[in-house]
Design a protein around this ligand. Structure first.
Ligand code: ADP
Length: 328
């Protein structure tokens, strides 16, 4: 059976981008077709300035939202990264295989490091080595497929390279994974800055739809989305990124094709209205289930405890084999 692994970082509230780019497929497809693990990757949240209590709260909220989005602990394994020591153990070995140059080439590192420096802050070393830990997350579980949004494909490529290099140098140890991205909405853009990704850790709230936004908040954000001065609804990601983003979101919600959908609209206003309603409907069941789960924190706690135990058992043989292979 195909092994699938993926995760979310608790650096902020989860967004529509997280849902359409990754979580929805995990719930609708992966958990049914594969032996799948989904993780709240809390160690990754420490790579930028963070508040300990907030990280803990957001980790719990992210785990609850994974379940609310439909992940079923009977079908897949849901856990928190820091509960399983194997991730950090393997990460160090992969740092010994990776090079400084390949880490510095990562687009996300360059962007985030530049942002930290602009703010006058310092760049944590863990921001640079982040892809080694992410590679460990993936490789520890003999993962075949990593369902992610487009922004993460470069990191999965690096995990592939590290697996191949390790296997070549020290003998076959790791399965070589590959990234899979959704056909539509692989990169949901910020509604106010449609040339940048809708990222949960960005500060520009009005351009981000959060999974727990009230329906009226969702409507307001979508209706105020930045488009352009054109009139005609056409799907052109380069020339009309704002309109293209709305078409992608609507198509992803309805399971259609953005280009085809563009023919059905005469005005931006009508497109925004339908997109807003589609998003409200998409989020409604997730929010309902989230409310129910919040009333039963012991259940969520139990799922995470059992998930970590299962994950630990799955990861340990591979990580132990990597320690032996590298000479320890
Ligand atoms: P972020 O902190 O940027 O929200 P995460 O690393 O927690 O991202 O992402 C969790 C998953 O959601 C990843 O698979 C990532 O590729 C996906 N994702 C994040 N933002 C978007 C987006 N705007 N569009 C599509 N997928 C996204």
């Amino acid at each position: 059976m195909t092994r699938v692994f993926s995760g979310v970082k608790p650096t902020g509230h989860l967004t529509l981008g997280n849902y359409l780019g990754a979580m929805r497929r995990w719930a609708e497809v992966d958990q049914h077709q594969a032996d799948a693990l989904f993780c709240v990757v809390d160690l990754h949240a420490l790579t930028v300035d963070h508040d300990p209590a907030r990280v803990r709260r957001l980790s719990r909220q992210a785990a609850t939202l994974l379940l609310a989005a439909g992940l079923d602990p009977q079908l897949c394994t849901v856990f928190v990264q820091s509960h399983v020591d194997e991730h950090a153990r393997l990460s160090y070995l992969l740092e010994c295989v990776a090079t400084d140059g390949e880490m510095r080439r990562m687009i996300q590192y360059k962007e985030k490091a530049a942002r930290e420096q602009q703010r006058g802050g310092s760049v944590r070393l863990s921001l640079l080595t982040y892809p080694a830990l992410m590679a460990a997350d993936i490789l520890a579980y003999d993962t075949d497929e990593v369902p992610v949004g487009e922004d993460q494909t470069q990191h999965v490529e690096l995990a592939r390279d590290l697996a191949v290099r390790f296997n070549h140098r020290y003998g076959h140890t790791f399965v070589v994974p590959r990234a899979t991205a959704p056909k539509v909405a692989a990169r949901v853009m910020n509604l106010q800055h449609p040339t940048s990704k809708m990222g949960k850790s960005d500060d520009s709230g009005p351009g981000i739809v959060y999974l727990l936004d009230e329906p009226d908040v969702v409507r307001k954000k979508v209706m105020r989305a930045v488009t352009d001065s054109g009139q005609e609804v056409v799907y052109d990601r380069q020339g009309r990124p704002g309109v293209a983003n709305l078409l992608e979101i609507l198509a992803a919600c309805e399971g259609g094709d953005p280009e085809q959908l563009s023919g059905a609209y005469e005005t931006y206003g009508a497109l925004k209205k339908d997109t807003a309603e589609a998003v409200v409907e998409l989020l409604r069941p997730v929010q309902e289930r989230h409310r129910e789960l919040c009333a039963d924190p012991a259940y969520v706690e139990g799922v995470l405890r059992a998930g970590a135990e299962k994950a630990r058992k799955m990861a340990r043989p591979t990580v132990d084999a990597a320690y032996r292979a590298i000479g320890l």
